[in-house]
Design a protein around this ligand. Structure first.
Ligand code: CUA
Length: 346
């Protein structure tokens, strides 16, 4: 009997240990899994693909080596003190107690002040450089308007209005004028640059010259309400031929099919959305004139496929929690008609 109880207890302990080790393993794997998610898309600022990103990384690099040097000096002094003044066998008395050492106190006040001064030089220089005029005399002007919770991009010179997917040509400076339609947002594409606030009622500026074609992920970097985490964007850095092609296609959108426009109007979509050349002129939500040509929907939350567009129309809140797009209680036939119409808008 006693043996059996002991065995049971041993088993229980072993089970407990096994659960504990599994929990610990899971806890260890969780951050590693997080790293894997970071791989794609790339949210790191350590591989910049713009002049803005390189300038900021240079400051970061300078500061890193300054702090690394300070760390080494402090640790060496600490180890020296530990070894030199350790207690030895035979020590019986408390060592001499020292109160106040003027030279040392002046030293450890002046030295950090001097370090901060030298750190401030490259930092302030870069801040002024990045806040100043763009290096290119003929930058591409783009107005960025933050909305809860999506991005509006306007190209005044090209007459293009789009949402959530920003296209810029490689090698040409993009000069962004940033503002907001509601609360404070912040423009941030980690590999390109930011974070710069979009303030309602005033304008901020941000310029960058992309150096490598590609698709870069961005995210609002200022807590702006329920769906802040879902306020994403994509920045397409195109070679000059692709950019010319994209902007030409954006300006030459085909006249939308009139039956589709009617479905759009009677479904209530026009209260918030614009489709150029139709009576739909709502300004609350993204401009849908060329929505079919975008690669993503719902501020870059989902790929732009007919299935995902249908899911979005069926229940916006389950695709993008907190989205201001209402559930219009559309029946399946209406959803299918709208998907066909919207995907055809190119
Ligand atoms: Cu917009 Cu956070």
């Amino acid at each position: 009997m006693l043996v059996s109880i002991r065995l049971q207890t041993a088993e229980a302990v072993s089970r407990e240990r096994s659960t504990l080790s599994k929990t610990l393993l899971a806890a260890l794997l969780l951050p590693i899994a997080g790293c894997a998610a970071v791989e794609s898309p790339d949210w790191r600022t350590l591989r910049p693909v713009s002049d803005f990103g390189v300038l900021v990384l240079d400051v970061y690099g300078d500061l890193f080596w300054w702090t690394a040097g300070i760390f080494v000096v402090v640790e060496l002094l600490l180890i020296y003190a530990l070894v030199r003044y350790r207690s030895r066998s035979g020590d019986s008395e408390v060592p001499d107690q020292v109160h106040g050492f003027t030279a040392l106190e002046i030293g450890w006040t002046l030295l950090p002040a001097a370090i901060l001064f030298f750190i401030a030089i490259p930092t302030v220089r870069t801040i002024f450089l990045l806040q100043g005029a763009p290096p290119d005399r003929d930058p591409l002007e783009i107005t960025v308007i933050g909305h809860q919770w999506w991005w509006e991009f306007r190209y005044p010179e090209l007459g293009i209005v789009t949402a959530n997917e920003l296209h810029v040509p490689v090698g040409r400076t993009a000069s962004l004028t940033l503002t907001s339609a509601d609360v404070i947002h912040s423009f941030w594409v980690p590999q390109i640059g930011g974070k710069r606030d979009l303030n309602p009622g005033s304008e901020n500026r941000l310029w960058f010259t992309p150096t490598e074609p590609g698709v870069y992920h961005g995210q609002c970097a200022e807590l702006c309400g329920t769906s802040h985490a879902n306020m994403r964007m994509r920045l397409f850095v195109d070679d000059s031929a692709s950019f010319a092609q994209w902007s030409a296609a954006m300006r030459a959108t085909a006249a939308p099919d009139s039956a589709g426009v009617m479905t759009f109007l009677i479904s209530g979509c026009a209260a918030c959305h614009t489709i150029a050349g139709t009576p739909a002129q709502g300004k609350v939500g993204p401009d849908l004139t060329s929505v079919g040509s975008r690669t993503t929907l719902a501020s870059s939350m989902i790929p732009n496929t007919p299935e995902m567009m249908a899911a979005w129309l069926r229940s916006p809140d389950s695709v993008k929690p907190g989205a201001l797009m209402p559930d219009l209680n559309l029946d399946e036939q209406r959803i299918a008609d709208l998907v066909e119409f919207l995907e055809g808008l190119r």
